[in-house]
Design a protein around this ligand. Structure first.
Ligand SMILES: [Zn+2]
Length: 341
């Protein structure tokens, strides 16, 4: 497998029609494609950083189809990320890192993939990238929402153009949007589960709107137009703890109604699962600075795993592989808009 970056300056034949699982026939490597438009300063879009999240690819294909025989309103640079994982419909390959943890600012060791990410950022910085959009799906029952890594007004506007629901976070490190936030307004779109048509339409509309953007307001959106949340904990299951939703002989048996709690405030003492007799705390939760805050949020009571205080989780999923590869969930708290300067 090749882990070098390919760079194209035109649309290859067949790209608009291909599926995520066969994209590697056309783009065998991670590929950065530059297409020129009326306004030179480009929009940067990344898709398939996670190989099983193909809504971004479908939206880009629909956008390219729309502009196939006419000039793009603005130049567009697209990064097609983990094409090899997409071939297998996997988030990432076991043999390579997560493509949304490899970007400048990452805490992971340098790798061929992190060098590719650096190359992409350097290239886009040289082109004076206007805005950056990273498109994802998630596996749980989540509404569409946008994520940002800065509370500057233009970031808030960019997020608000997609959804009134916006999540501000600083961790995990090494994500695309945090790297681009250093050079331009950047946003991550979470478009619900893959394979849902509305997710593709919503992302397509958003991309088309952004292609036509002339300027982003320099004051924050109106308070009543945005629901802004801040991630207060990233929750994982400890590597040495076994877990399952349906098997009994595990350290932690999780409740199957978990994903219904996404973006819902849950009361303190809500039972999230059962632990085996004598088991220790199977979760580890960390705040934005990487400090362990497990004891603030979780407790074991009579072999039940409960939350200590009212919280709003997101990204809870029933997909055990995703929980192991990524995390169990995030916990969030509502924050007020930064005051007008
Ligand atoms: Zn993703």
């Amino acid at each position: 497998m090749n882990t070098t970056l390919s760079i194209l300056d035109q649309l290859p034949d067949g790209l608009i029609e291909t599926e995520a699982t066969t994209l590697h026939h056309i783009l065998p490597n991670p590929t950065l494609m530059h297409l020129s438009g009326r306004i030179e300063q480009p929009i940067f879009v990344s898709v398939l950083l996670h190989g099983n999240e193909h809504t971004g690819l479908l939206a880009i294909q629909a956008l390219l189809k729309k502009y196939q025989n006419k000039e793009l309103p603005r130049s567009l640079s697209i990064f097609f990320g983990n094409v090899q994982a997409a071939k297998l419909t996997q988030r990432r390959l076991d043999t390579s890192p997560d493509y949304n943890r490899i970007w400048p600012g990452t805490e992971q060791p340098e790798s061929p993939e992190s060098r590719i990410a650096q190359q992409v950022v350097d290239d886009m910085q040289q082109r004076k990238v206007y805005i950056s959009i990273d498109i994802h799906n998630n596996t749980g029952l989540n509404p569409h929402f946008a994520c940002i890594n800065s509370l500057e007004p233009n970031f808030l506007h960019l997020a608000n153009l997609f959804s009134r629901l916006t999540v501000y976070f600083l961790r995990p490190k090494g994500v695309q949007s945090a790297a681009f936030a250093k050079i331009c307004p950047a946003v991550t779109l979470e478009c619900g589960k893959p394979g849902v048509k509305y997710g593709v339409e919503h992302a397509l509309d958003y991309l088309d709107t952004c292609l036509h953007l002339k300027h982003l307001p320099d004051h924050p959106p109106a308070e009543h137009d945005i629901d802004l949340f801040h991630t207060v904990a990233l929750v994982k299951i400890r590597d040495n703890a076994s877990f399952s939703f349906d098997k009994d002989r595990v350290d932690l048996k999780l409740n199957t109604n978990l994903e219904r709690m996404n973006f819902t405030e849950i009361n303190a003492g809500t039972v999230l699962g059962m632990v085996s007799p004598g088991a220790s705390m199977p979760l580890i939760s960390k705040n934005e600075n990487g400090i362990d805050n497990t004891d603030n949020y979780f407790a074991l009571q009579n072999q039940q795993l409960v939350n200590r205080k009212a919280v709003m989780p997101s990204m809870l999923t029933l997909n055990e592989a995703v929980i192991r590869q990524d995390c169990l969930c995030y916990l969030m708290e509502r924050i007020k808009l930064p005051k007008n300067q």
